[in-house]
Design a binder for this molecule. Structure first.
Ligand SMILES: NC(=O)c1ccc[n+]([C@@H]2O[C@H](COP(=O)([O-])OP(=O)(O)OC[C@H]3O[C@@H](n4cnc5c(N)ncnc54)[C@H](O)[C@@H]3O)[C@@H](O)[C@H]2O)c1
Length: 327
């Protein structure tokens, strides 16, 4: 099969490209480089620079490269920004997906893997979030991911396209320093940034109903996320037309903000105690996946732990911020 990987020059996308090619699949990347980095890609993987909003371009690329499957990661992903720019997020994430699906169905592609997110669940009040937990996104970003799942599912039902929506939990780590996340949008890089500035890491609220009072999340190594794509791609190809999967991609293990900061201090050697500031609006106390369905449907299970994520993320951070290295 030849797979078009949209957003393949991004943080997760570059790991997916690597995992798919190592698994023997052919890959073509389609990316507008708005946040992606071309140098993340192996030289042998073709990169087409273009937007998923450009249907004519997509149609040509699908035919020219003989594409038979698509992994769609291209999107805008900042929750806070989506609150200020909802129309931009709906255009990029929902209209971009609609245009892509139009091209995909016209070209006779048979398999489609969609990057969804745990953000579709919003503030789930359960110990473990299953795929049956009601979806109630709290931001325009989460809404675009849920609407995206609906679009993907409806298209599959109407056309026989086999589809998988993968709801990633908190993605972290890197396969190598050159593939590390360059954004500072989630806990690990936010703590790294504070430590590098010789400032105390911040905990937003320690009065949640959790064991140590701080928020609990499910962190998943990006290499495990990439392997889940390979497994999903294979499952769709092996299935009869119209296969439909919606799967949590997490470890099923909760780690609190305080535990993460302690681990980060230990890995980086900074040993800087955190300060506690008031809660941020909209932060759920606990979001931890049940990963059982992915194990059953794909035979996939996460291999890496939080220590691996912090260590590899730190190597990437030090590469980008050499002043952060401790003697
Ligand atoms: N990082 C996370 O923790 C996380 C969690 C859940 C879901 N996701 C989803 O995973 C996907 C990848 O996220 P990431 O962390 O790698 O982000 P990223 O910003 O590093 O990657 C997104 C990629 O898409 C490209 N892109 C954006 N808009 C495009 C467009 N209109 N046309 C073509 N290319 C476009 C960017 O240039 C970039 O290479 C996104 O769909 C995101 O919503 C990420």
């Amino acid at each position: 099969m030849t797979w078009l990987i949209t957003g393949g020059a991004g943080y997760i996308g570059a790991h997916v490209v690597r995992a798919m090619t190592e698994a023997g699949e052919r890959a073509v990347v389609y990316d507008d480089l708005s946040t992606g980095i071309a140098a993340r890609l192996p030289a042998e993987v073709p990169l087409v620079v273009g937007s998923v909003l450009d249907g004519e371009r997509l149609a040509r690329v699908l035919v020219d490269h003989g594409v038979t499957g698509v992994v769609h990661l291209a999107a805008k992903k900042q929750v806070g920004e989506s609150v200020d720019l909802p129309l931009h997020y709906y255009r990029e994430n929902v209209e971009g997906l609609r245009v892509l699906l139009e091209a995909v169905t016209a070209a006779g592609v048979t398999a489609f893997v969609f990057s969804s997110s745990a953000a579709v669940y919003g503030m789930p009040d359960v110990d473990l979030v299953t795929e049956e937990t009601p979806c109630a996104p709290m931001s325009p970003y989460g809404e675009t991911k849920l609407a995206g799942e609906w679009l993907v599912r409806a298209t599959g039902r109407a056309t026989g396209l086999s589809t998988a929506s993968l709801r990633y939990f908190n993605v972290a780590g890197a396969a190598g320093p050159e593939l590390a996340d360059t954004g500072v949008y989630n806990l690990i890089p936010m703590v790294f940034e504070k430590l590098t500035e010789n400032a105390a890491p911040r905990i937003f609220g320690d009065d949640y109903r959790t064991p140590d009072g701080t928020c609990v999340r499910d962190y998943i190594h990006v290499v495990d996320v990439a392997e889940a794509h390979v497994a999903a791609a294979r499952a769709l190809c092996a299935a009869a037309p119209g296969r439909e999967l919606t799967l949590n991609i997490g470890r099923g293990e909760g780690v609190s903000v305080r535990e993460m900061i302690d681990l980060i201090n230990a890995v980086t050697g900074y040993d800087r105690p955190p300060t506690v500031t008031p809660r941020r609006p909209g932060d759920p106390a606990r979001v931890v996946a049940s990963a059982d369905r992915a194990a059953t449907e794909l035979g996939w299970k996460a291999k890496y732990d939080v220590q691996d994520m912090i260590t590899t993320a730190w190597e990437g951070w030090v590469r980008q911020h050499p002043e952060a290295a401790r003697a």
